[in-house]
Design a protein around this ligand. Structure first.
Ligand code: UAG
Ligand code: ATP
Ligand code: API
Ligand code: MG
Length: 486
């Protein structure tokens, strides 16, 4: 269907051009497109407006001020990023009928993937969108990976295009990850959410947000602005930030469905580790359910309850949802068991890249360790520097052997990132080369020991000085266990 400027902005225009596409990237503009000229963190998109018009842009969307005499309509907005998201959604039109979102410092990818799997088991064509890309699931069909891993929350135009494509494919249920960057930059403002969830709030991304308050405000925006009144807010009641999120949700007119040990909607009564994962006893709507969860770790129990809460909020039967938990698969690279060492012991790969993530995964593995717990980890370059000593201290305290290595130094000097970690990690070893660090850890692995290679999970590259070198923790760990070249 032909879209005009008036359809995109819901108001009349004297020069109501037909719009052929919408983008915030001038490099994508062709004849008839709307170009959103947005000031960014590195450059100012307004500097590309003239070039976009030269390439045939039919209209420009921009913040107030500047950009006179371009010869095409300039649509002004006080919140141009939001206007871009809403215009993109209006341009693409369709969305799956049931869109739900999850935010939180850790656990978003896991929760989004669990929701997709539960919805699919209950007979819906379902998708997840996030760090692992876009995946579609349908009962009896192999999963479809539509896009590769990229941003956790893609650009607003890409989100709108992708969810329209999903709706066209017959996807009715979508769970998407709302990262704090994504919410702050209005990347999901165009999505009509029926429910939203919160996992937890701990330190990360202070390089971008500047303070914990600003970081929290970005996450709260999912509830105070993006989730409509009358919708359900599914909140992890065991998080210290629960009261803040609950009061924001209530003030915004949402009904709170709390989950966890302190939860009212889904209350975790007990959790018993088993060789295959853990047995959960959960109370819901006055009944008690026994669940054999095929995933280990208290944090996974927490994540599955958040996912189950979202599915219940989406209208699914609570008994069927809880039954579906028995067939869940963990997200790739999240507490993923890789194999046994040549002299015994077990090796895992995990995506812990925050202080709380590292603490959580080490605490999850401790009960499975009869000998030594060995951790290989680093911290990302061009990311929150405050995380480094915190992760060092946690690694040194909670692992028996901590090996500090590189994890995407990006534009920074790898040795100084390691030094910042090691400063707070007495007794930790330093092996910069990640392959050598994994090999050294595997050499130490004996019967009863557990090794976790943390920080990169599913990632396929090591970013050094802006260059991505192929690197896969799972493949590297497996090769080290088998004593072969990766
Ligand atoms: C810091 C940050 O979040 N940057 C994101 C942001 O870029 P920006 O708007 O600041 O970009 P900019 O380079 O200053 O450019 C400004 C504008 O000029 C435009 N431009 C630029 C050049 C040109 O030739 N023509 C042109 O039109 C750009 O398209 C942009 O609209 O908006 C872009 C489009 O949505 C994102 O791709 C970009 O993500 C960068 C690549 C990134 O690395 N982001 C990471 C930190 C991120 O977003 N991570 C989160 C959190 C993950 C987690 O939960 O841990 C995520 O959701 O993945
Ligand atoms: N509920 C949780 N509480 C604390 N730590 C968790 C929790 N869930 C996952 N983690 C840790 O965080 C890591 C990342 O998990 P996951 O990918 O699900 O989170 P995410 O929020 O999507 O991360 P990202 O911000 O990179 O998108 C896991 O490998 C694990 O170490
Ligand atoms: N979404 C997170 C992923 C971090 C993964 C870790 N391997 C790193 O590079 O720090 C970020 O961009 O901060
Ligand atoms: Mg994620």
């Amino acid at each position: 269907m032909t879209k005009r400027l008036s359809d995109l902005f819901n108001r009349p225009f004297a020069n109501d051009s037909v719009i052929a596409g919408v983008t915030a990237d001038s490099r994508k503009v062709t004849a008839g497109w709307l170009f959103a000229a947005l000031p960014g963190t590195k450059v100012d998109g307004r500097d590309f407006a003239e070039g976009a018009v030269a390439k045939g842009a039919a209209a420009i969307l921009a913040p107030e001020g500047g950009l006179e005499g371009l010869g095409v309509p300039v649509v002004r907005s006080e919140d141009a990023r939001r206007a871009y998201a809403l215009a993109s959604a209006a341009f693409w039109g369709k969305q799956p009928a049931m869109c739900v979102a999850v935010t939180g410092t850790n656990g978003k990818t896991s929760v989004a993937g669990f929701c997709r799997q539960i919805f699919a088991q209950l007979g819906h064509k379902a998708a997840s969108m996030g760090t692992l890309g876009v995946v579609v699931s349908e009962a009896g069909q192999p999963d479809q990976q539509l896009t590769p891993p990229g941003l956790t929350t893609p650009d607003a135009g890409d989100v709108a295009e992708m969810i329209a494509r999903l709706a066209d494919m017959g996807v009715t249920h979508l769970a998407l990850e709302a990262s704090s960057h994504g919410v702050d930059q209005r990347r999901v403002d165009g999505v009509k959410l029926k429910a939203a969830a919160f996992t937890n709030f701990t330190q990360d991304h202070l390089d971008y947000h500047g303070s914990m308050e600003a970081y929290r405000a970005a996450k709260l925006r999912l509830f105070d602005t993006l989730t409509p009144a009358g919708a359900t807010a599914v909140l992890n009641a065991d998080s210290e930030a629960f009261p803040t999120f609950a009061s924001t949700a209530v003030t915004s007119g949402q009904s709170v469905f709390s989950v966890g040990e302190d939860g009212q909607g889904l209350r975790l009564i007990s959790r018993t580790p088993t060789p295959a994962g853990q047995d959960l006893v959960v109370e819901a709507q006055g009944r008690t359910y026994d669940i054999r969860l095929p995933l280990a770790g208290a944090f996974q129990a927490s994540n599955v309850l958040v996912a189950a809460g979202l599915c219940v909020a989406a209208g699914e039967d609570v008994g069927k949802v809880l039954k579906a938990l028995e067939n869940l698969e963990g997200a790739a690279g999240r507490l993923q068991r890789v194999g046994r060492g040549p002299h015994g012991g077990e090796a895992y790969v995990d995506y812990a890249h925050t202080p709380d993530g590292l603490q959580t995964v080490l605490e999850a593995l401790r009960p499975h360790t009869r000998g030594k717990l060995i951790a290989v980890f680093g911290a990302g370059g061009d990311r929150d520097r405050g995380k480094r000593p915190l992760m060092g201290a946690i690694g040194a305290k909670l692992a028996d052997i901590a090996i500090v290595t590189d994890d995407n130094p990006r534009s920074e000097d790898p040795a100084s990132i390691r030094a910042a970690i090691l400063e707070a990690a007495p007794g930790a070893r330093e092996i910069g080369d990640r392959r050598a660090a994994i090999r050294a850890a595997v050499d130490l692995l004996a019967e009863g020991d557990v090794l976790v290679v943390a920080g990169k999970g599913h990632e396929q590259g090591q970013i050094v000085a802006g260059v991505v070198h192929p690197f896969d923790d799972v493949a590297e760990t497996l090769a080290a266990l088998e004593g072969v070249d990766a």
